[in-house]
Design a protein around this ligand. Structure first.
Ligand code: DGY
Length: 317
């Protein structure tokens, strides 16, 4: 019998995922915003393809007793209960490394945009209020020569550091443990509080785990310089958004750039949306044609390997 695959609603622009999955077996396509497919369909499912960050817990896994593999489109797997998968012997795969460059580019784009008023400047230049050049107007923060503090020097953080060196920045970092790789960057390991106090720019590039959830809150923001810029390209859950709102409103930090929030999207009446010293993106860190295509291919290859009982190309649990 053909492999049975549960595909979370696919919106991939190139439509390359579905034809490849069809070649592997029979697909049940499910929109996670709608009720689950019937129990008899779930009981036959052997492969689950997770496109988007849909919550997958042990109770849902139990509805699929024949599940052999969970393949996630994306590197972050905080929406999947990895421990539940481990207990049930279901391997989980993700798409690491492929998106490091694109996500580091976005981290840096947000850093530059927040430092140099790119979004406010663009809105102003289009408006009737722009009548003449004013040298005293919309002054930003200097990026070159500044200190960058990277929280999470994994493979994305490493790429952020490389970009910072090209901007003549001095790099400090905080991580669960010091990284040998940091030496080649000239990056110095510091405790988190020291990083927050010293950095002109702080980028969050760590995964969301029980240890990093809420890592940057009121206390941490209060340690930052009033001229500092905070960029979150990790997950919204690492940052307390109410505390961020207060810090930005009261000028305790200068600006922020967020690729991600929690919840995502923020409620339309969230006070952060009313501030002009924060730039918010709709989670576009890895959203380039090239990277998304590479992620699609890797996640299909992971699923195929799992269904065929072969080692997964990038197994996370
Ligand atoms: C990831 O890979 O985790 C990105 O957030 C895109 O899903």
């Amino acid at each position: 019998m053909a492999h049975q695959i549960l595909l979370h609603t696919e919106v991939e622009p190139y439509q390359t995922i579905r034809p490849q999955l069809e070649a592997l077996g029979e697909i049940c396509q499910w929109n996670p915003l709608e009720p689950l497919p019937p129990a008899e369909v779930l009981r036959r499912i052997e492969g689950l393809y997770n496109f988007g960050h849909h919550r997958l817990d042990g109770a849902k896994m139990d509805l699929m007793p024949r599940l052999k593999v969970i393949s996630n489109f994306g590197v972050g797997v905080d929406h999947i209960d990895l421990e539940a998968a481990r207990q049930r012997g279901i391997p989980v795969a993700n798409t690491p490394k492929l998106l490091d460059g694109a996500t580091a580019d976005m981290t840096f784009a947000l850093l530059l945009a927040a430092a140099r008023n790119l979004v406010r400047g663009d809105h102003f230049a289009r408006s009737a209020a722009f009548t003449h050049y004013d040298p005293s107007f919309m002054l930003g923060q200097e990026v070159h020569g500044a200190v960058l503090g990277i929280v999470g020097l994994g493979s994305i953080g490493y790429q952020v550091a490389r970009r910072a060196l090209a901007f003549d920045m001095r790099v400090i970092y905080h991580n669960r443990q010091p990284r040998a790789q940091a030496a080649e960057l000239g990056a110095r390991y510091v405790p988190l509080d020291e990083l927050l106090a010293q950095a002109d720019f702080v980028t969050l590039n760590m995964p969301l785990t029980p240890q990093t959830r809420g890592m940057i809150g009121q206390r941490e923001l209060a340690l930052m310089k009033p001229t500092a810029v905070l960029v979150n390209a990790a997950r919204g859950g690492v940052l307390d958004h109410q505390a961020l709102y207060e810090a930005l409103r009261e000028g305790k930090i200068w600006a922020a750039g967020l690729d991600v929030t929690e919840p995502e999207p923020l409620p339309r009446n969230h006070p952060l949306l009313g501030l002009d010293n924060v730039i918010i993106m709709p989670h576009l860190g890895s959203a380039t044609h090239q990277t998304r295509q590479a992620m699609a291919q890797r996640s299909v290859d992971n699923l195929r390997a799992g269904l065929e009982g072969k080692p997964l190309l990038s197994r996370v649990a």
